[in-house]
Design a binder for this molecule. Structure first.
Ligand code: GRF
Length: 196
């Protein structure tokens, strides 16, 4: 992969950052370069991971994020082309969605539109899937608009749930899919594969 063709991405994460880790690990063989890790939680493992990999970090202040446009200049300073939400728990404000129109991607641990929307994150999703005795679950990778989990779907991958015995098992299987497909899909997306 020729370095000059790579697109700069900022990864937004809030917690343990296992998806961020895969995205960072795979960047050498793919079309993007992680130039910034943005986090809303100063104690998140995702931040530590970025530092260990020599990636610059930005810790968000809630008031500043929602009431000023300062992050736009931070992203410009790092020459960020695309934003990747990898377990980022805050709603992206509309000014940021407008500034990066069709340039924000998210991964969700269910087959949207099922189990999406406010409050549907992490184990809340998998518990609901399990309690409803769904026959399948999976991942959805989608563009981000101003409503939670409602942007254009780019990729879905499914797992069958017949033999699964707990919400924790669903979570583990879904996470495996995330780790397998997110980095590759980001790469194809920044290359324009999903353009209409
Ligand atoms: C993932 O399941 C992702 O789908 C969801 O939040 C979780 C983040 O996990 N949006 P991690 O922080 O990447 O390990």
């Amino acid at each position: 992969m020729c370095k000059i063709l790579k697109k700069n991405i900022a990864v937004f994460a809030s917690g343990r950052g296992s998806n961020a880790q895969k995205i960072i690990e795979k960047q050498n063989e793919l079309s993007y370069k992680v130039v910034l890790l943005v986090c809303n939680n100063k104690n998140a493992l995702a931040l530590e991971l970025a530092r260990q990999n020599g990636i610059e970090t930005l810790v968000l202040d809630r008031n500043e994020f929602y009431n000023t446009g300062k992050i736009i200049s931070d992203l410009k300073n790092h020459k960020v082309d695309f934003l990747v939400l990898a377990g980022f728990m805050w709603l992206v404000p509309s000014y940021l969605i407008e500034a990066f129109s069709q340039k924000i991607i998210n991964i969700h641990p269910s087959l949207l539109p099922k189990y999406g929307g406010k409050g549907m994150y992490g184990m809340n999703v998998h518990n609901a899937v399990f309690l409803n005795e769904e026959k399948e679950s999976g991942i959805t990778i989608h563009e981000v608009n101003a409503e939670y989990d409602k942007g254009k779907v780019l990729l879905q991958k499914k797992i069958a749930l017949e033999k699964i015995e707990s919400a924790e098992n669903i979570s583990a299987s879904v996470l495996e899919l995330e780790h397998e497909y997110f980095a590759k899909t980001i790469s194809e997306w920044v290359d324009g594969k999903f353009k209409d």
